[in-house]
Ligand binder design. Structure first.
Ligand code: CAA
Length: 257
């Protein structure tokens, strides 16, 4: 597939997807969402990729939101379709992806940009980042999962305040709130993010995938998370990684996953 709006780099088990629309601060239009979605589908089937990093091009923005010029003339039906399709194509796909997805937030992460970071499993944030869900200032609300995921990450009270004031926060506030996993200097961002990816890659990919599924079960009202954990824990005992991991421990050697 010819990629117009994202750059895909593949190195040492890590696929880095860089959103590349710097003239509009990497705003997410339909084509960018589709390209990210298709890139994830191909990564899913690529045994050489263990971790995905999503970042933005340039030093000013991760993603400044959904592309406002694309939806400004939409009616109610088109608005609902925008949110539904975006969630299914990209945001839910990332949240439930079986390989860890890390957002390397290199500047503005607003609206759909913060929603993209929040759908990711881990957020590493550069010290120049500004994060927020300013949609109500445009007469709309977050539509790519933001009202749900912000409350899950920072709690209902803080999410309520941030969303209805259209507030923006700096990197250290995001860290304090638990929205950022780590804050690092902008020039260190990718190196640090790759270090975290490296720590993940030492572990069993099969167990990592199941851990993501089990943690997500807490946020799925249709299932009982503890029951899900029991079933998923049991399923690990049937994997080749479990045999290798436990044998390696008993044989006092490093596992080869
Ligand atoms: N959509 C489309 N274009 C955008 C954009 C967006 N979300 N954000 C920035 N741009 C464009 C600007 O229009 C501008 O284009 P021109 O050069 O052609 O004028 C260019 O990017 C540079 O932006 P600014 O000149 O505004 O840069 P700045 O440094 O003065 O301000 C900013 C930076 C504070 C991030 C500002 O651009 C801004 O407020 N952007 C919009 C943020 C926002 O409201 N995001 C939420 C979008 S709605 C959404 O995401 C809905 C959803 O949940 C599904």
């Amino acid at each position: 597939m010819e990629l117009e709006n994202i750059i895909r780099k593949q190195e040492n088990g890590i696929a880095t997807l860089t959103i590349n629309r710097p003239k509009v601060l990497n705003a997410l239009n339909k084509k960018t969402i589709l390209e990210l979605s298709q890139a994830l589908d191909s990564i899913q089937n690529d045994n050489n990729t263990k971790v995905v990093i999503i970042t933005g091009s340039g030093s000013k923005a991760f993603v400044a939101g959904a592309d406002i010029s694309e939806f400004a003339s939409f009616d109610t039906t088109q608005g609902a379709a925008l949110a539904r399709e975006g969630q299914a194509l990209l945001f839910d796909k990332i949240a439930n992806f079986s390989k860890p997805v890390i957002a390397a937030v290199n500047g503005y992460a607003l609206g759909g940009g913060l929603e993209l970071a929040m759908a990711s499993h881990i957020r590493i944030v550069a010290d120049n980042a500004i994060m927020g869900l300013p949609e109500v200032s445009l007469g709309v609300i977050p539509g790519y999962g933001g009202t749900q995921r912000l409350a899950q990450l920072v709690g209902k009270g803080k999410a309520m305040e941030l969303i209805i004031t259209a507030g923006k926060m700096d990197a250290n506030t995001a860290l304090q709130y638990g929205l950022a996993n780590h804050v690092v200097a902008q020039e260190e961002l990718l190196v640090f993010t790759e270090k975290i990816a490296g720590k993940i890659m030492r572990n069993s990919p099969q167990a990592v995938a199941v851990a993501i599924q089990a943690i997500n079960a807490n946020y799925n009202h249709a299932v009982n998370g503890f029951e899900e954990e029991i079933a998923l824990f049991g399923s690990c005992f049937g994997t080749s990684d479990f045999k290798e991991g436990t044998s390696a421990f008993l044989e006092k050697r490093k596992p080869k996953f």
